[in-house]
Design a protein around this ligand. Structure first.
Ligand code: ATP
Length: 306
C-alpha cells in the first residue's frame, strides 16, 4: 500500500516546493526522480572551483542498496576536457551524470571536483558549478525569454538575446508572434525537440558553469538541426569540463576520452581510434550500427551511434 501512496507524497512535496517559491529545474528533477534525502553536512563549506577537474574514484552505487548498479567506477576528466560515456541501454550512463549532480549519495568511493568531495560541500554551490543540457527539457509555462533568463538571476534582455544568438535560436524567437514575450510550454506554444534543446543551451550559456553535463537526445533530429546543435554544443563545451552521455558519432570521435560502460562497469576506455582498433565492445557496436544503416559508410559521419 505504501507503494501506492509514494507518488502522492512526492506530488505533495513538489506542490509544496512550488508554493514556497523554491521552484528550480534541478530541484524539481531531484524531487521527481529521487526519494532519498540528500542533506548538507553541518557547516558544509562551499565548493571552490578553480580548474574544474572531475574525478570518480571507485564509485559504488545502487538506487536500491540491495541492487548495486555501479560497481567501482573510476575516471578523471581533466579541467576543460570532454569525456564521452557510451554503452548499451541500462549500463549506468545517466546514473553517472545524476551522481555528479548529487541527486543521490553513493555507497562507496568518492566523487570530487578539484579535489573536493561533492558530498562534503553545500549542494547549492555544487549545483551552481554544473550546467545540465538534458535530453528533453521541460519548459516553464512562461515566456521564452523567461525560460532562457532562468539560467541566471538578474540577466538583462541583452544578455538573454546574446545567449539565444549563441545557441542559434534568436532568429527563430524573433519570428514568433510576440518575440521573446511569446508564451511557451504546456499552455503556450509547443516547441520542437531541437528548439527546446536550444533553449536549454541558451539557458546554460547564461549560467556559464565550469562543468557541463550533456545528455544527448537519442531520438533523431533532422540532420540540419542536428549539425547546428552539435556545433553549438562543441562551442559551449570548449574550455569547460564536459561529461556527455553520447549517442552521436561526432561527439565520441571528438572526445578526449571515451568510457564504454556495460552493466555498471567500465569495460573499455580510450580515444575513438584506439577503441576501434582494440576490436572489443566499442568496435562491435560501431560495426553493428554501421551495418544497420547500410547507406552509411563505416567512417565519421554516421549518426546515432549507440
Ligand atoms: P539508457 O541508455 O537507456 O538511458 P543508461 O546507461 O543511461 O541507459 P541508467 O539510466 O543509468 O542507464 O540506468 C542504469 C540502471 O539503473 C538500470 O538498470 C535502471 O533500471 C536502473 N535505474 C535507473 N534509474 C533508476 C531509478 N530512479 N530507480 C531505480 N533504478 C533505476
Amino acid at each position: 500500500l505504501s507503494q501506492l501512496f509514494r507518488p502522492l507524497d512526492l506530488l505533495g512535496m513538489v506542490y509544496r516546493t512550488i508554493r514556497q517559491g523554491l521552484i528550480d529545474m534541478e530541484a524539481m528533477y531531484r524531487l521527481i526522480d529521487t526519494q532519498a534525502e540528500i542533506a548538507d553536512a553541518p557547516d558544509a563549506p562551499m565548493l571552490h572551483v578553480e580548474a574544474g577537474e572531475v574525478r570518480f574514484d571507485h564509485v559504488h552505487f545502487g538506487y536500491d542498496p540491495e541492487r548495486e548498479i555501479l560497481h567501482g567506477v573510476s575516471f578523471t576528466v581533466p579541467a576543460g576536457k570532454t569525456l564521452a560515456i557510451v554503452g548499451p541501454s541500462g549500463a549506468g550512463k545517466s546514473t553517472i551524470a545524476r551522481l555528479l549532480f548529487r541527486f543521490y549519495d553513493i555507497q562507496g568511493g568518492r566523487i570530487s571536483i578539484d579535489g573536493q568531495d561533492i558530498a562534503a560541500v553545500t549542494q547549492q554551490s555544487l549545483r551552481s558549478t554544473i550546467g545540465i543540457v538534458p535530453q528533453d527539457m521541460v519548459l516553464f509555462n512562461d515566456t521564452v525569454g523567461y525560460n532562457i533568463g532562468y539560467g541566471r538571476e538578474g540577466a538583462t534582455q541583452e544578455e538573454i538575446e546574446a545567449a539565444a544568438r549563441a545557441a542559434s535560436i534568436h532568429d527563430f524567437i524573433m519570428g514568433l508572434p510576440q518575440g521573446y514575450d511569446t508564451r511557451v510550454g504546456e499552455r503556450g506554444l509547443k516547441l520542437s525537440g531541437g528548439e527546446k534543446q536550444r533553449v536549454a543551451i541558451a539557458r546554460t550559456l547564461l549560467k556559464d558553469p565550469p562543468v557541463l553535463v550533456l545528455d544527448e537526445a537519442t531520438s533523431a533530429l533532422d540532420s540540419r538541426t542536428e549539425t547546428e546543435i552539435q556545433d553549438v554544443l562543441r562551442t559551449i563545451s570548449r574550455r569547460r569540463t564536459t561529461l556527455v552521455v553520447a549517442h552521436r558519432l561526432s561527439t565520441v570521435v571528438d572526445a578526449d576520452e571515451i568510457i564504454v560502460m556495460e552493466k555498471g562497469r567500465i569495460v573499455e576506455r580510450g580515444r575513438h581510434a584506439d577503441l576501434v582498433r582494440a576490436d572489443g565492445l566499442y568496435a562491435a557496436m560501431w560495426t553493428r550500427q554501421a551495418t544497420e544503416r547500410e547507406d552509411m559508410p563505416v567512417e565519421p559521419g554516421i549518426e546515432d551511434m549507440f
